[in-house]
Design a protein around this ligand. Structure first.
Ligand code: PGA
Length: 251
């Protein structure tokens, strides 16, 4: 009942020319996929040309960040209305790289979630513990707090538009993937938190995707887990061949 979401987070990679070439290749290689959602999240500078290239395709567009204001004197920032204007459907919020390098708090991320929802953008809310936190046995506590605080005030109707991405920080860009069992265990925990907040039916309908060194050779095992509803892919989404293989997974 949950449609898998296979998303690529390009981070700070790809010129306009490279971005167009990549989505042109993906449009062809993924043209026959109809049973899952496919999403690419290019850097801001490539959003418009990528949107133009994707017109009429089965691939959706997302951004990697937003500022939680509609407009104003916020030099260097991008608003949700600007993202909608260029054709974005999704936006990643709370990525661990933003939490770490830009000191984003759960409260700030919560404001982004609300403003994205107000403008019809689906937030992909990233949560996940660091290696230190996992080694200290605090991963459930850390992720629970992130989910609760980042979703504060989000209604039962709005949560249907939200995707939660579990991305253990120690697995991002490191080549270390959480084992399917470790990932499944945390996804189950997140679904339990959603159930406490919104009830069983809504929790069952909400997608929880996994990110952190997802590759062609580990995606099949991850996607077999009952509570893993898709993937958020960094490095392996930068090449048409590997992202295509990941999107298709068990085919
Ligand atoms: P990775 O990144 O696939 O390169 O580990 C995932 C992410 O940061 O979303």
């Amino acid at each position: 009942m949950r449609v898998p979401l296979m998303a690529g987070n390009w981070k700070m990679y790809k010129s306009v020319g490279e971005a167009i070439a990549l989505v042109q290749a993906l449009k062809e290689s993924l043209a026959d996929i109809a049973d899952r959602e496919i999403l690419v999240c290019p850097p801001f500078t490539a959003l418009y040309p990528v949107a133009e290239t994707l017109k009429g395709s089965n691939i959706e567009l997302g951004a990697q960040n937003i500022y939680p204001k509609e407009e104003g004197a916020y030099t260097g920032e991008i608003s949700p209305t600007m993202l909608v204007d260029v054709g974005c459907r999704y936006v990643i919020v709370g990525h661990s790289e933003r939490r770490q390098h830009f000191k984003e708090s759960d409260e700030f991320i919560n404001r982004k979630v609300h403003l994205a929802l107000e403008h019809g953008l689906r937030p992909i809310l990233c949560v996940g513990e660091t290696l230190e936190e996992r080694e200290a046995g605090h991963e459930v506590e850390v992720v629970t707090k992130q989910v609760q605080e980042c979703l504060a005030g989000v209604t039962g109707e709005e949560i249907k538009e939200v995707v939660v991405a579990y991305e253990p920080v120690w697995a991002i860009g490191t080549g270390l993937t959480a084992t399917p069992r470790q990932a499944q265990a945390m996804h189950e925990t997140i679904r339990d938190i959603l159930q406490d907040l919104y009830g069983q039916e809504t929790a069952e309908a909400t997608r929880i995707i996994y990110g952190g060194s997802v590759k062609p050779d580990n995606v099949d095992d991850l996607m077999r887990e009952p509570d893993i509803d898709g993937t958020l892919v960094g490095g392996a989404s930068l090449k048409a061949e590997s992202f295509t293989r990941i999107v298709k997974n068990d085919e």
